[in-house]
Design a binder for this molecule. Structure first.
Ligand code: AHG
Ligand code: MN
Ligand code: MN
Length: 334
């Protein structure tokens, strides 16, 4: 196999990007490097799962009542570790923490950014060797630099994200991140331990053949959503069909496929859970940002995800996200 050594690494790429802005301080590049480091450490553990004692439950339940897995805890600690000891992050919010964490030390208080993340997405797939991921969103603080960050820094609408991304621990490990300038994907080259630019300037195809939804919940969905799903199932060739249903239970994996190939992903409200399941701050908003920069759309059914002003860390939202034309068709049903 020939590996192209001219490919830029994540660090080289972010530094090049930074040089286009004469006033840039380099904090975002540093932050992305820190995130890349945590991702590599998590990747090592994910790859050993089954050999070391990292499968299964940690024996606790998080604030949302979900069983916490050992890898959830490991991934969360890795992220907190790099962000707390780095120079770019003033505080974090995580799926696995009850509340926001303000780092409040000299260096962190001088940092520009706060980060919200889901350290391990698709936890139910850990034990069965199916792709899992990490999701993150980065916001510039609105509070004064030099002071501890505040709740207002975290509760910003998604449109304010400076960057958002995900890591997919799949057949290969990839880090994909978006800034307003574009979406770029980096594949971990295990021979040198570096994320290397493999998918420059990713665009989401305007239409695709995939629709992703948990069909087990079908009779729990609102009627208009059921009608749209029926329409997906009855697409003729002339209408761009037939569509293929793909849903693996890790939104990182489902959305990665749909971003590259074109498709639509839905986690609607159900009668039991009127706000759906997915969390606004560290699942829906980062992906909405990535997909929109790539040319797609994301809504909660009535409102653009990126415009929603959050009220709390673990707030949930219905989510419909994907290729532009497929989303526009869906919107005629909603
Ligand atoms: P997490 O593992 O972080 O709790 O998130 C899992 C999420 C998401 O990745 C996935 O699409 C969805 O939950 C699956 O839920 P269902 O099993 O209800 O379809
Ligand atoms: Mn998740
Ligand atoms: Mn998770």
């Amino acid at each position: 196999m020939i590996i192209n050594r001219n490919i830029l690494t994540l660090d080289e790429f972010t530094i090049q990007q930074m040089r286009m802005f004469p006033n840039a301080t380099g904090e975002l590049s540093t932050l992305l490097r820190d995130i890349g480091l945590a991702a590599k450490r998590i990747n090592v553990e994910v790859n050993k799962a089954g050999l070391v004692d990292i499968l299964g439950d940690a024996g606790s339940v998080n604030v949302q009542g979900e069983d916490v897995k050992k890898l959830d805890v490991f991934a969360n600690n890795q992220f907190i570790g790099v962000l707390k000891h780095g120079i770019s992050c003033a505080g974090i919010g995580s799926e696995e923490m009850d509340d926001f964490v303000v780092f409040d030390d000299d260096i962190s208080n001088k940092s520009k950014y706060v980060v919200l993340f889901d350290p391990l997405d698709g936890s139910s797939n850990i034990d069965v060797n199916v792709s899992i991921g990490t999701i993150f969103g980065v916001y510039r603080r609105v509070s004064k630099i030099g002071t501890p960050c505040t709740q207002e820094d975290f509760l910003q609408p998604g449109i304010n994200q400076i960057a958002a991304g995900y890591i997919i621990y799949g057949s290969s490990t990839m880090l994909v991140y978006a800034t307003r300038r574009g979406v770029n994907g980096f594949t971990l080259d295990p021979s040198i331990g570096e994320f290397s630019l493999s998918h420059p300037n990713i665009k989401c195809p305007e239409k695709g053949k995939y629709y992703s939804v948990n069909h087990g919940n079908f009779f729990q969905f609102p009627e208009n959503v059921r009608k749209y799903i029926n329409a997906c199932q009855s697409k003729t060739e002339k209408e761009g069909g037939p569509y293929n249903q793909r849903y693996i239970g890790s939104m990182v994996a489902d959305l990665h496929r749909n971003l590259i190939k074109g498709g639509i992903f839905m986690y609607p409200s159900t009668f039991d859970n009127p706000n759906g399941k997915l969390r606004l701050l560290y699942e829906a908003s980062p992906f909405a940002f990535i997909i929109e920069v790539a040319g797609g759309k994301a809504t909660n059914g009535t409102e653009r995800i990126l415009n929603i002003k959050p009220n709390n860390l673990h707030e949930r939202t219905p989510l419909f996200i994907g290729s532009k034309q497929m989303m526009e068709e869906l919107e005629t049903y909603l």
